[in-house]
Design a protein around this ligand. Structure first.
Ligand code: SAM
Length: 239
């Protein structure tokens, strides 16, 4: 997968995009990330990228020209690919696992990180998705883009050591993940549930499903409302 990021702060991506799973995906050649500073595309001799809003108002807006030219340059590099162009915007659709799954199937993603008071409205004509990280306002789109890239990249085939682990994560199944334990079986009197240590896979699977359901019911009942329960699950919930 190829990912392009447009930002005024390319250095913000230097550390996080080279470490851990993302770093490994890049090393394995599964991911090509390019970060460009759209200030370099400004046609203004002072390389300005922002200006006052027409009609007045607080703060400055990102100008349309540098971002247009930067995106056009990216598209010209690979004319055979139609990238998904994602605008980071608190007014966009809220990012979730389903969106990460959709993004992970694309050949190329382009993230536009805003700053200041936001965008000249005409920038939106370039984009396929307007996406928010959540109901709060960040200083810029960089942290949001990194979160979305991380959630997307770990879903690419062969990026995680075990492809199954992403499929069983919270939010992938529609339920929260069940509690998990590793050694020792007894830590200061806190014992691992016996069922997990007895090697009976049918019982282990049943316990995991039940606990996943219980956790979702207690913590995120809104998720349960959207989940198609099996008759057995309905029974457990009624217990
Ligand atoms: N005035 C804008 C508004 O009320 O919608 C907020 C601008 S914010 C200070 C600057 C930039 O940070 C935004 O253009 C966007 O790129 C990014 N940003 C801030 N909050 C965000 C969020 N929750 N999700 C995604 N991007 C966000």
């Amino acid at each position: 997968m190829r990912i392009d990021v447009l930002t005024l702060f390319p250095r913000m991506f230097e550390g996080p995009m080279g470490e851990s799973i993302i770093g490994k995906a890049r090393d394995k050649g599964l991911l090509d990330i390019r970060v460009s500073n759209f200030r370099d595309f400004s046609d203004n001799k002072h390389q300005t990228v922002d200006d006052y809003p027409y009609g007045g108002g607080a703060g400055m807006l990102l100008k349309v020209q540098p971002i247009f030219d930067n995106i056009e340059a990216i598209k010209q590099e690979r004319p055979e690919v139609t990238p998904r162009v994602i605008l980071l915007d608190p007014a966009g659709k809220k990012f979730d696992q389903h969106m990460a799954e959709e993004f992970s199937k694309e050949e190329q993603l382009v993230f536009i990180c805003g700053h200041y008071e936001g965008y000249d409205e005409r920038i939106r004509t370039l984009v396929t998705d307007e996406v928010s990280l959540g109901d709060y306002v960040l200083t810029g789109g960089e942290l949001g883009a990194m979160v979305m890239i991380d959630a997307t990249v770990r879903l690419l085939p062969d990026v995680l050591g075990n492809n199954l682990s992403a499929q069983t994560d919270s939010h992938s199944t529609g339920l929260l993940e069940h509690p998990q334990y590793t050694r020792p079986a007894d830590f200061r009197g806190m014992k691992v549930p016996e069922v997990l240590t007895n090697g009976n896979h049918k019982l282990i699977e049943e316990w995991q499903t039940k606990e996943s359901l219980r956790r979702t019911y207690l913590r995120r009942p809104d998720m349960l409302a959207a989940y198609e329960l099996t008759p057995q699950m309905e029974k457990w919930l009624a217990e």
